[in-house]
Design a protein around this ligand. Sequence first.
Ligand code: ADP
Ligand code: MG
Length: 234
Amino acid sequence: MNSDKATAPTIALSDIDLSLGRGAARVHVLRGISLSVAAGEAVGLVGPSGSGKSTLLMVMAGLERPDAGRIVVEGTDLGTLDEDALARFRGRRIGIVFQAFHLVPTMTALENVALPLELADKPDAYRRAQAELEAVGLGHRLHHYPAQLSGGEQQRVAIARAIVPDPAILVADEPTGNLDEATGRQIVELLFALKRDRGATLVLVTHDPGLARLCDRTVRLRSGRVEEPVPVRA
Ligand code: ADP
Ligand code: MG
């Protein structure tokens, strides 16, 4: 649109507020969160359990609408999109990886990865899905079902599914949380290769200090707020 767009943040959240649950179980989960993520940046979201990390990730990915505040992703205000437009936008621009993989159990690895392309009516869904599975080292597991795969293999299928539409942004919720250390390292390598090779923007929720250190920056949540870093005096 104009030259601002090139330098504008890829993700800009301002004054995000969200409560979840009903009645006595209602929780004020996000309390005035403002946060910007630059294009190609890797941000680690850290903080204690229950501080709102997963919820914030869902808000950034357009899976959860806040009660108040604005989410602008690549110049689009998500609040202006209806459900269909939001789903299309997400499908094209944002890849999402969950801690518990969330694969379709009745579909093979290949079918799982082809699914987002098929939903977007891409004619070459299976060819691209196969290429993506080969890229994550699973060319020999195309026709296996999730239950026939190890945790690390399932997470690689989930990553292949998230990145097959070539999203600009990848958000991942504790992507190594259910994996052993060695498998976790492979997954981390895969995520950062996306940033390096495709210029993807990464937002990663993690409890793993090793993974947090690899990020360009960490943002710490506490009780639904961004905890400001303590300034270091010169
Ligand atoms: P984190 O990922 O940092 O552990 P979450 O974002 O999952 O935190 O949750 C933050 C808080 O919001 C927790 O106290 C949780 O119990 C509460 N919460 C999350 N989802 C719901 C929901 N659907 N209904 C009620 N409370 C919820
Ligand atoms: Mg969580």
